[in-house]
Ligand binder design. Structure first.
Ligand code: MG
Length: 372
């Protein structure tokens, strides 16, 4: 068995001074005995993986719904790509990989069915009751909605995991910067979706290689691949460019972030909070990413095939919301019991947000008889 001193010693040896060291954690809301051989963030990571909200990610839409095929990303595979990229960044920057993994695996667990279309609908359902955001919902899941442990509500995660997710929910508002581990997850999220949304859209035929080659970030990656492999056929070229897109973004992030760290030299994780964001791409890559995102927005996220899903999602979730509002007794018992304290509209949305795409469609058929 590994004594806990070993974890602290290993971190002292391997992690940078500006990393979040497990021994410096502010702990949990409900104090728990220390685990004999797992560090606090390692336990957080495990709790997230074993949560039902995490398991349901496999049947939740990232951008494209399941009925478009089996190739493209789901919310779960996106999450795993983010965790993988974030760990690479974290190890190179000598940050706490356990904390990074916990943050990455939790970052999207608040997403409702049908991706952003589902989120918009639930936000409209709650327009008089505080609205809905997937980032805030992730906190609600971690702090309240998961009921896996008899000793406490939620997952009782470490303060640092919750505050990292909180900073996602409050993005753009003034306040202390997130820990570098949380900044790395944010950056990895962006690397992952820029690369995989282009990949998925190509594979589904929503955009063509000829269109993407006009986008500078894609073009420069494609040029580098063509210099190394002169005559790749279309499919092989697409796959190689996607890998290059991820690899080149990660390299750029590491160079730009290391330069900022060398300039600011934060002495501790706490000192990072007083500094501006340090984990970010170089200005030239940031500009190229914006161009790619504009392209994806116009050609992919607004594509008629994607918009059709939006209409279906709105119909399905909105009709179920109204049905439960009119007949709260139809809610599952554990949710109905919470309605008194959380309010009926929020409780209904908690139930709807937890559904997978296919469960939502099935429940909609059962409750509303319609065919969304
Ligand atoms: Mg994400």
């Amino acid at each position: 068995m590994l004594p806990l001193e070993t974890i602290a010693q290993r971190e002292a040896l391997l992690l940078a001074p500006y990393a979040m060291h497990t021994a410096a954690s502010a702990g949990r809301r409900y104090p728990e005995p220390v685990h004999p051989y797992r560090g606090a963030f390692q336990r957080d990571r495990d709790r997230i993986v074993h949560s039902s909200a995490f398991r349901r990610l496999s049947h939740k839409t990232q951008v494209f719904t399941g009925d478009l095929g089996d190739y493209h990303r789901t919310r779960l595979t996106h999450t795993l790509e983010v965790a993988s990229i974030a760990r690479t960044l974290g190890r190179a920057l000598r940050l706490n990989e356990d904390l990074i993994e916990a943050l990455a695996l939790a970052h999207d667990i608040g997403h409702p069915p049908f991706g952003h279309a589902g989120e918009d609908t639930l936000h409209e359902c709650l327009h008089d009751a505080g609205g809905f955001s997937h980032n805030r919902q992730a906190l609600r899941i971690c702090e309240l909605l998961e009921t896996r442990y008899p000793e406490f509500p939620g997952l009782n995660l470490s303060v640092e995991v919750l505050s990292g997710q909180q900073s996602r929910a409050e993005k753009g508002s003034a306040g202390a910067s997130p820990l570098l581990e949380a900044q790395v997850v944010d950056a990895a999220d962006s690397v992952a979706y820029d690369a995989h949304d282009a990949d998925d859209a190509l594979q589904l035929g929503l955009v063509t290689l000829e269109e993407l080659i006009e986008v500078p970030l894609w073009r420069s990656a494609a040029d580098r691949i063509r210099r190394r492999f002169a005559d790749l056929e279309t499919e092989a070229l697409r796959r190689a460019v996607v890998h290059e897109l991820i690899d080149s973004q990660v390299s750029d992030l590491l160079t730009a972030t290391s330069a900022r760290l060398n300039k600011e030299v934060p002495a501790t994780a706490e000192a990072v909070r007083a500094l501006p964001t340090l984990v970010a791409p170089s200005p030239s890559l940031a500009a190229q990413k914006i161009e790619l995102e504009r392209f994806l927005y116009a050609k992919v996220y607004r594509h008629p095939m994607v918009l059709a899903t939006r209409t279906r999602a709105q119909l399905c979730l909105r009709e179920m919301f109204e049905r439960f509002m009119a007949q709260p007794a139809l809610l599952p018992e554990n949710f109905a019991a919470r309605a008194a304290s959380a309010g009926l509209p929020r409780t209904i949305v908690d139930y709807l947000a937890g559904m997978t795409d296919r469960f939502a469609l099935k429940e909609h058929r059962r409750l509303c008889g319609g065919d969304a």
